[in-house]
Design a protein around this ligand. Sequence first.
Ligand code: NAD
Length: 503
Amino acid sequence: MTLSMTAHRDRIGLKDGLLLIDGDWRAAADGGTWTHVHPATGEEMGQFAVGTPTDVDAAVRAARKAFDEGPWPRMRAGERIKAMHRIADAVREHSDELAALIALDNGSPLAFSSIYIVSPDVVADAFIHHAGWIDKLGGQTLPPYQGGDHIVMTMREPVGVVAAIIPWNAPLMLFAQKIAPALAAGCTVILKPSEYASFAVLRLTQIVQEAGLPPGVLNLVTGPGDPTGEALITHPMVDKITFTGSRLIGERVAAAAAKGVRRVQLELGGKSPGIVFPDAPDLGTAAATLMGMVSFGLSGQGCVCHTRALVHQDVYDDFINTASAMAGVISYGDPFDMTVTSSPLINTKQLEKVTGLIAKAQEEGARLVVGGDRPGGDLANGNYVNPTLFADVDNKSTIGQTEVFGPVLSVMPFKDEDEAIRIANDTDYGLGATVYTTDIRRAFRVAQAVRAGTFGINGYNVEPHAPFGGYKTSGIGREGGIEAIKSYTEIKTIMIPTSDEMI
Ligand code: NAD
């Protein structure tokens, strides 16, 4: 039987999406809509508004007014903490509904949505975590440096109106990574989700709004990069742009932010290495984990998937045997079926990109060990590519350097630690990395030598309290932890004379 999502859509009662501007849900100014096509089947799921420049302007003005005149930035710390806790409670109450909407959005299997880092639970925890910083965001008191008696003190203030743009792959978690610290800091926000995953964000926005935010504090504009995203990043009343997405669009966002010297934060792509030494605690676990990162769940469509396996020559063949066996363990199909492990690629453009990179890798001499093809039968209408393993990959080749965002692992051998570090760093990216070894000195040497924002030793994870972000072209700034909330503040220095002598 051919796979279909329409029964799930009808059971869930998917509603068409509107824009949230100044506390009101409304259609786009010109009535324009985007039709969401499910990546597993090509079926139309529903529609949501495409925000025009007029809508974006209204949303930014609402956020501006809420920031300049409204209660949110001026609220007592205790009250804002309570509001953040109400939001967390409301999110937990709607966990199942949100996970189901993600499956309708990007085809993410329900079995995967229960994994902590992409679950509704992590959204609630991010609000709790950042609520905890609200009454601790202090400054410094400094002694006089010269001149008369005086005190110098610093304090943190919210940065202002924030434009937040997120991609489609983990929309709930990415919503939380931006919205929780921005609201905690006292900012007001205009959020734009990806046109390829808007329904879960629409519902989450409604849940957050109804938990008790004043009008204009959180605004939602749906629609594609052009016109909606462009109108947002070029709007002169925005104080800060926080963007998660591709490097290409990230560079465009940074250029737009430069005009008017707006603050900018970028969370971009990666080409993260997993480095496997012969003394790995368990070679099989290392191989299964690295192949699993690119084939389970979102099928390699994760920024920090470790897509390059750098494997010591002494354990190279064993690693490849175990990793290729993993390809047979994954299953595609109905994302609501709890035995389905992995998702399709998000759209036909991404499908073409991934299949093109697989063909190019073969042309450039990589050895195809498993995969490289597409499943047929029931899955023929979906954007599926079978888990693919390339061995003997030249790190300088196209597949060695390009972010694939699909179920492809590139394996390359190394002979010693120096060579492993050199290959690991031979990339424009610097998002994550992991080393597998039982030699603690080597583990720390490699951790310090690899230029990446996050580093795992025999295991890798992302958590709401830990800073996450990239070196090099993987981004600017950090999300998670105190670094996140600080990034939504400005520091003000205040000088106070304590005698008649002028400072
Ligand atoms: P994308 O850059 O195509 O789109 C991201 C967002 O930007 C979407 O909402 C899109 O509509 C919007 N956009 C597109 N053009 C725009 C424009 N001109 N102006 C303003 N907004 C515009 O990325 P994607 O395909 O949605 O996501 C995949 C990318 O995201 C990968 O590169 C992945 O590595 C990256 N990513 C990074 C992180 C991280 O934390 N570092 C997390 C998840 C995904």
